[in-house]
Design a protein around this ligand. Structure first.
Ligand code: PMP
Length: 422
């Protein structure tokens, strides 16, 4: 195996040093299966972080479906093929009846870009509201509204940001936090209207994942949706991280939080690592967009992608992965709450289903260095997790949904051990 140092040097000379690597000493894997990743030395790591290999790394059903379809036919959508229609019927059956149409792409960025394009065309407006700490993708449009990742692209003049509050760290009463946040939204909408941009859409991750899974006031999501609609905007739910059963209680994050979107964007877990994404919307929205636009995307919605997407849904059903996320997630959350009670530097347990975390704070101030230490300490115990949030002080535990009852104690015991070391 090439040493880390030699590989990093070659990497820097080719793709450059600007794609961040995890960990002080990065990890180099050679194979994976289920929720385990293996180094060349044979050492195995438990995957408590990656949501792309949703039904498990190298999942047999997915790999077989991909192989069989690739060996039979792979073609674009200008020819008829039944597989994508089969898949679309199965995918749409997981949404509320009014969300009954789907367009495909190859990445979360493409899906968000398309959703925004649709919203702009339908409303005739360009203004957009996002959270003040979020990430939605790589295109120019999306870089112009990125607030949660370094980018040289300035925030667009047509973009307004809303600070998503967290009751775990905000000392004000819940009703006051709700009223202040909705007043901030009203001001943002008014400012877009005064500047002549109007409001095309709001774009939020229903779980506010990048923001650090804040505990938001009840009524906030409904309040946002009501105000955006009243101002003529469409509601876009970015389910790239929160979708496909991760909340345990629901297949979709927007259903779990009552977001009631006009457009839903899907990505990451959809193809278990095979690049595919989608925009789900209503017949009325698609008809209005489609009557002015011929939509064709070379690689999207091909039969191999359809076969893979179908295998992911089948595996989820066969292994009851959403129900498992609910039960294991609840058990994990109980243990995380015990950690929050035991360690004074843990401010709160965060998250729901199999998207969980711990927020670190010392004397009321976010403690990103502690979170970083724990992530490294978990690595030393051969468990992968990460951290998120405005201050990067929130641990991010977001394993493949194939995570099992046997693995959960391994992760939680390692975490307990790492916390006691800190
Ligand atoms: N939306 C969210 C919420 C994401 O987390 C990401 C990726 N981290 C994207 C969109 C962009 O997806 P992709 O990298 O597939 O373009």
């Amino acid at each position: 195996m090439t040493s880390n140092a030699a590989l990093i040097a070659r990497r820097n000379r080719t793709i450059g040093p600007y794609s961040p690597l995890f960990y002080t000493e990065p990890l180099q894997f050679v194979s994976a299966s289920g929720v385990w990743l293996t180094e060349a030395s044979g050492v195995r790591y438990l995957d408590g972080y990656n949501n792309v290999p949703h039904v498990g790394h190298t999942n047999e059903r997915v790999v077989r479906a991909m192989h069989e379809q690739a060996a039979t036919l792979n073609i674009h959508t200008r020819y008829l093929n039944e597989r994508i229609v089969d898949y679309s019927e199965q995918l749409l059956a997981t949404f509320a009846p009014k969300l009954d149409r789907v367009l495909y792409g190859n990445s979360g960025s493409e899906a968000n870009e398309l959703a925004i394009r649709i919203a702009r065309q339908l409303t005739g407006a360009t203004g957009i509201i996002v959270s003040d700490y979020s990430y939605h993708g790589t295109t120019i449009t999306l870089a112009q509204l990125t607030t949660g990742l370094k980018t040289r692209e300035p925030l667009g003049a047509h973009v307004r940001t809303l600070r998503i509050p967290d009751l775990d760290s905000d000392p004000r009463p819940e009703s006051e936090v709700l009223a202040a946040t909705l007043a901030e939204l009203d001001a943002a909408i008014a400012s877009l209207q005064e500047a002549g941009f109007g409001l095309s859409a709001s774009l939020f991750d229903p779980l506010f994942s990048t923001e650090g899974m804040p505990r938001i006031p009840s009524g906030l999501v409904a309040g946002i949706v009501q105000r955006v609609r009243a101002a003529g905007g469409l509601v876009i739910a970015d389910e790239v991280q929160s979708g496909f059963g991760r909340t345990g209680s629901h297949m979709w994050g927007h259903a779990a939080t009552g977001m009631d979107p006009d457009l839903v964007t899907l990505g990451k877990p959809m193809g278990n690592g095979h690049p595919m994404s989608a925009v789900v919307t209503s017949e009325a929205v698609l008809d209005e967009f489609g009557s002015h636009n011929e939509f064709f995307n070379t690689f999207a919605a091909n039969p191999v992608s359809a076969a893979v997407g179908e295998a992911v849904l089948q595996e989820m059903a066969a292994e009851q992965l959403q129900a498992r996320a609910a039960s294991l997630g609840a058990a994990a959350r109980t243990r995380l709450e015990a950690c929050a009670a035991r360690y004074d530097f843990v401010r709160a347990a965060k998250g729901t289903g199999m998207f969980l975390g711990l927020d670190f704070a010392v004397d009321g101030a976010p403690a990103p260095e502690l979170a970083k230490q724990v992530v490294e300490a978990m690595k030393a115990r051969h468990v992968l997790i990460s951290r998120i949030g405005r201050n990067e002080s929130v641990l991010k535990v977001r394993p493949p949904l194939a995570f099992g009852a046997a693995e959960l104690p391994l992760l939680l015991d390692a975490l307990d051990d790492a916390l006691s070391e800190i």
